[in-house]
Every structure is written in structure tokens, then in C-alpha cells.
Design a protein around this ligand. Structure first.
Ligand code: GLN
Length: 194
């Protein structure tokens, strides 16, 4: 059984732990480099990407995270987590850093403000059984991707899910629904490299 961490500096950690457990992974929170060293894969939750970036620096996690991603550890980021996995942010706040991992440019808060949050059915390539219900909360979208990155979902003409080798990102939150197919896809990615 793969051991999958959820980066627990900030954001909706608990919901991801539950979703991973129901997708047959051993899920645990990760805050320190020693804990990161023990997991086969990692989820970066939704939350607020500027805060998450600053806490990652403060906890000495930025470099260890970059190293593991570069070394091929599977990572899945939702919303703020997607922003953390982008090579470039279109409109970064000062001091905001990313880990990189997917050759893409993201636009923060692209779908509007908190009160413009919405749900939509999203068809995701590689996920069978019909569209997933996407929860978009101050969600980013992806402006453009490089040649290595594979667009796996769009909504309203905008890219909302991308995969590049070991790295998966969605601008929506499957962990907030009872449908854990995206987490199951990620657990399969972790099994494949383990
Ligand atoms: N807008 C947030 C950010 O920029 C992300 C929101 C979310 O994760 N639901 O980090």
C-alpha cells in the first residue's frame, strides 16, 4: 500500500487525508523534511498559495520538496497546490515562490472572487465513468503549458487540469466531493513508481 503525505502547512489537509484513505492509500500529514522522506507521494492541498509558500520557506521545506519532485516523486496539487507546482505565476505576490514541476503558467484567482465560487461537471482525460464534479473556489486557471505538459481537462475554454510525468494538478477540489476518482488516479501514479 503506498504511503501518501498531505503537505500540512496550511489548507484543506483533512479532506485530502480522507479522500486518499478511501482511495486505498495510507495517508498522513507532512510538515517536516523527515516526514517528507518517508512518503511515496505527496498531495499539496488547496488553501492560499502565498501563505503556503511562505510557510514552506519558514519550515525549511522548499528545497526538500523541490528535490523530491525533481527526483520523480509523484505529486498532486489542488488549487493553491496547483499554483505551487507551476513553473511560473502570472501575477505573483511579493515573496511568493513555487516548487515548479509542471511547465505551465497559472493565473491566480482567475475564475473570480470567493463569492463567485462555483461547481461544474468536468470531463477529465484518463478518468472513466463520466465527468467529475469540480468545486472551484477562487480558483486559478492555466494560461499556457509547455510541450511536456498534457492538458487533461478544460472548463469554459480554460485549462483546469494538467499532468506532466509524475506531477498532476487541478484548479478544482475533488477532495470536497464524495467522488474520489481523481485521488484514485493519483494513487495509481504513486503505485506505478513505487
Ligand atoms: N486563490 C488561492 C490562491 O491564490 C487558491 C484558492 C484555493 O486553493 N481554493 O492561493
Amino acid at each position: 500500500t503506498p504511503v501518501i503525505g498531505v503537505l500540512a502547512l496550511q489548507g484543506d489537509v483533512r479532506e485530502h487525508l480522507i479522500a486518499l484513505a478511501s482511495a486505498d492509500a495510507l495517508a498522513r500529514p507532512v510538515r517536516r523534511p523527515e516526514e517528507l522522506a518517508e512518503v511515496d507521494g505527496l498531495v499539496i492541498p488547496g488553501g492560499e498559495s502565498t501563505t503556503m509558500s511562505k510557510l514552506a520557506v519558514l519550515f525549511g521545506m522548499m528545497e526538500p520538496l523541490r528535490e523530491r519532485v525533481r527526483a520523480g516523486m509523484p505529486v498532486y496539487g489542488t488549487c493553491a497546490g496547483m499554483i505551487m507546482l507551476a513553473e511560473k505565476i502570472l501575477d505573483p505576490r511579493s515573496g511568493q515562490e513555487t516548487l515548479g514541476g509542471i511547465d505551465m503558467i497559472v493565473r491566480r484567482n482567475a475564475f473570480g472572487r470567493q463569492n463567485e465560487s462555483f461547481e461544474a461537471s468536468v470531463e477529465v482525460a484518463g478518468i472513466d465513468g463520466g465527468p467529475v464534479e469540480g468545486v472551484f473556489i477562487r480558483a486559478p486557471w492555466v494560461e499556457s503549458v509547455g510541450a511536456e505538459a498534457e492538458v487533461i481537462a478544460e472548463h469554459g475554454g480554460h485549462i483546469v487540469a494538467v499532468r506532466q510525468r509524475n506531477v498532476l494538478a487541478t484548479s478544482f477540489h475533488p477532495e470536497l466531493t464524495g467522488d474520489h476518482r481523481v485521488h484514485a488516479l493519483f494513487v495509481d501514479m504513486v503505485r506505478a513508481v513505487k
